[in-house]
Design a protein around this ligand. Structure first.
Ligand SMILES: C[S@@+](CC[C@H](N)C(=O)[O-])C[C@H]1O[C@@H](n2cnc3c(N)ncnc32)[C@H](O)[C@@H]1O
Length: 240
């Protein structure tokens, strides 16, 4: 994991430029749109299989929903978004507004840190579903206490169906090696030894998300070529 900055304030505040999102992320998502296509396809497939029986969903770190299909979002009647990026609501409306209006979905944005807001939001909506949108593997860039926050998270979601796709490992690797990698499902967590078994030697960053999904939960490991040099293994799974 990238070393957390000990001077980070306890609660990050919403902004247009942040380490994990904001205008830089929107520019990168648009600039690498074609490169991210296989990743988006995998995320769509994963979300298509997640069928929580509720009309209420809380999306954590959705950004503009660049990797989320409108068809998935409009399955829900009430959507609550928790985000640190002040620009996200505008870009989200541009990408999904028309589909959500057509499906008569109601939307509510909470601009703030989910570790502060999530508990109150889900307590007010018993049984609502929660989707973490590629945010949990980046918590170390926003909070010095990310390890204890991630450790406490699964228990705090008890009674709510939840799903997450998040960074598990990342590295700078050759493009030819990246292109040879494909998604796979397993109930064995991907760890340093499994990476070696896949022939993926080298310097990998561990994003601290290894304990989020309980043993026995089926995980999908999705390769994400984020730039021409940078590669992420994204772990996707659902609980409840
Ligand atoms: C990689 S982006 C997510 C991309 C998104 N899945 C998409 O489809 O465009 C991570 C997002 O999480 C948000 N984020 C990071 N830490 C957060 C936190 N503690 N609370 C709320 N949002 C957070 C960032 O602002 C950013 O928009």
């Amino acid at each position: 994991m990238t070393t957390p900055n000990p001077n980070q304030p306890e609660d990050p505040t919403p902004a247009y430029f942040r380490e994990t999102g904001g205008l830089r992320w929107h520019a990168r998502a648009l600039m690498h749109w074609r490169l991210h296509e296989p990743f988006r396809r995998e995320v769509h497939e994963f979300l298509g299989q997640w069928q929580p029986r509720t009309a209420d969903v809380v999306l954590v770190g959705p950004s503009a929903g660049w990797s989320l299909p409108s068809t998935f979002l409009s399955r829900f009647s009430r959507l609550t978004f928790i985000e640190l990026d002040r620009a996200a609501p505008l870009f989200f409306r541009l990408r999904h507004g028309r589909a959500l209006r057509a499906a008569k979905c109601s939307t509510r944005w909470i601009l703030g840190d989910f570790t502060t807001h999530l508990k109150t939001v889900i307590e007010a909506q018993p049984g609502c579903a929660v989707l973490f949108c590629n945010v949990l593997g980046q918590l170390g860039l926003e909070r010095a206490d990310y390890e204890s926050q991630l450790a406490a998270l699964p228990q705090s979601l008890s009674g709510h169906p939840w799903a997450s796709f998040h960074d598990r490992f990342s590295a700078v690797i050759d493009q030819s090696r990246m292109q040879a990698l494909s998604a796979f499902s397993t109930d064995q967590p991907l760890d340093a030894r499994a990476l070696q078994n896949l022939g993926l030697t080298g310097q990998w960053t561990d994003h601290g998300t290894g304990q989020l999904l309980m043993p026995g939960v089926t995980r999908r490991y999705i390769p994400w070529q984020i730039t021409s040099r940078r590669f992420h293994w994204v772990e996707a799974g659902s609980v409840g």
